[in-house]
Design a protein around this ligand. Sequence first.
Ligand code: PLP
Length: 371
Amino acid sequence: MANIKVPYLDLRAQYRSIKPEIDQAVARVLDSCQFVLGPEIAEFEKEFASYCGTTECVAVNSGTSALHLALLAAGVGPGDEVITVPFTFVASVSTILYAGAKPVLVDIEPRTFNMNPDALEAAISPRTKAIVPVHLYGHPADMDPILEVAQKNKLIVIEDAAQAHGAKYKGRSSGSIGDIGCFSFYPAKNLGACGEGGAITTSNPEYARKIRMLRDWGQDRKYHHVLHGYNYRMEGFQGAILRVKLRHLEQWTTARRSIGKKYNELLAGSDLLLPTEMPGTRHVYHLYTIRADNRDALQAALLNEEIQTGIHYSTPVHLQPAYAELGYGPDSFPESEKAAKEVLSLPIYPELSDSQIKAVAEALTRLAQPA
Ligand SMILES: *Cc1c(COP(=O)(O)O)cnc(C)c1O
């Protein structure tokens, strides 16, 4: 796919734009031989906490590990229930099972693809311990009504902000709105490592202290294990690289938002349902995802013109074979199931050129015409 007209993602373009800085950061780590945790991680944690507006950040080796440890810090365990959505990446649900608890799912609202707060009350039981809203595609979930239900029922709110670095909801940054925030630095995310990475943000020092121990074998000092911990430590290389990339993130987010705006304008005349940005929010366009009735045919036709697209996600978690055990069948979550059939993610990354954006919009407008 090296010569494809519009690739879905181009990580090389980003590397090229900041190569000297990245190479220097890698060399610094090689020189120091601080390959696991260490000073670069400590600095990154301070910088990312400040970016998110929390007092604490704990860096880990993936977004999945971040979610797992956030749930454990919240005291989630066997016998507990945790509420999240089926229209998400599988990790939002599977980490609840890692913690030994039962995932309870609620449907999404169709405009933002995020948790429908109106569905929450009915899902709460005496066993409910936490709620995990997902800021899907980089658009924040409607947090105020979610926090209200949580407060009323004494539940902990853990944001799955894996796709939403720098997203804002009524002035608050993702990762600082609930009790704990979880981020992924998988290479394709808005802030991506050169490998795996993740982080937990919180302004609760007790949660942070526990998560710090859990990521490193539950030690409170060397070889003294007070908790059943894990090896979820971040590598030195990733911390050093993420510090470089964090300095560019706002500019990249501005570029993503500007691409989103261009798509909105160029596609305004088509029959396609375009992404929305709810009042009072800042969408960071991890993905620019449209809806189309003839999604699969449209995707194939675009590929035929060398335009790559993605589908996030083609099967909601409750209909995945591995999660049949949760006991939800087809028609359990109509909005999630409908979205799974219609969503199509267009290429969006800061280095995407104006001519590529126009090419995508032109092809899409033409191909989406009813026959
Ligand atoms: C990427 C992602 C995760 C998992 O992060 P990893 O770093 O890949 O483990 C969790 N939730 C959502 C919504 C994601 O997009």
